[in-house]
Write a new protein. Structure first.
Length: 171
């Protein structure tokens, strides 16, 4: 697949078919997550793959009742790992580790798209509730929720800002 084409065609999917994701495809998503770049190659991130219906509903509730989360066959929660990130001090904990999770998620979302899956990045949630639901250790911080599944609807592309609005070129 042409990568720029995938970037342009990938959509935020909030409506999923009731269809399980095969194990070999889940393995591809995992590979995409772990092969993403990270600050100093410290890989200060951890991902939770949630299939359990009750846990997905609890996470959807913690995400301001975004109930489409519970409808996805797979919900991934991306966490930073401060045990690893501290090696770069505060910047490692409060920036680099979040960037590590973000890079992993974007690569995973493109692999999902390439394989006919849809996903959406959810950042609106009560972090403390997700922390409790997943019984996370103190060194992990949930920073993103990504529902994944086969799309039942694919929205039209949203408008984008112009190149002129998006960047400045310095000489």
């Amino acid at each position: 697949m042409d990568i720029l084409k995938a970037v342009k065609e990938r959509r935020s999917i909030r409506d999923f078919k009731k269809k399980d994701i095969p194990g070999e495809l889940i393995d591809k998503l995992i590979e995409a997550l772990i092969w993403a770049p990270s600050a100093g190659n410290l890989q200060a991130r951890k991902f939770y793959f949630i299939n359990d219906e009750t846990t997905k509903k609890r996470i959807a509730s913690a995400a301001l009742n975004q109930n489409f989360i519970a409808e996805a066959p797979l919900v991934i929660v991306g966490c930073t790992d401060s045990r690893i990130a501290y090696k770069y001090g505060e910047r490692g904990v409060f920036l680099y580790s979040i960037q590590d999770v973000a890079a992993s998620i974007m690569g995973m979302m493109l692999v999902a798209h390439e394989n006919g899956l849809g996903s959406v990045w959810v950042g609106a949630f009560h972090e403390d509730e997700v922390f409790k639901i997943l019984r996370l250790p103190n060194y992990l911080r949930p920073v993103a929720i990504i529902p994944v599944g086969y799309p039942s609807k694919i929205p039209d592309p949203p408008p984008r800002v112009s190149k002129k609005e998006a960047l400045e070129v310095t000489e």
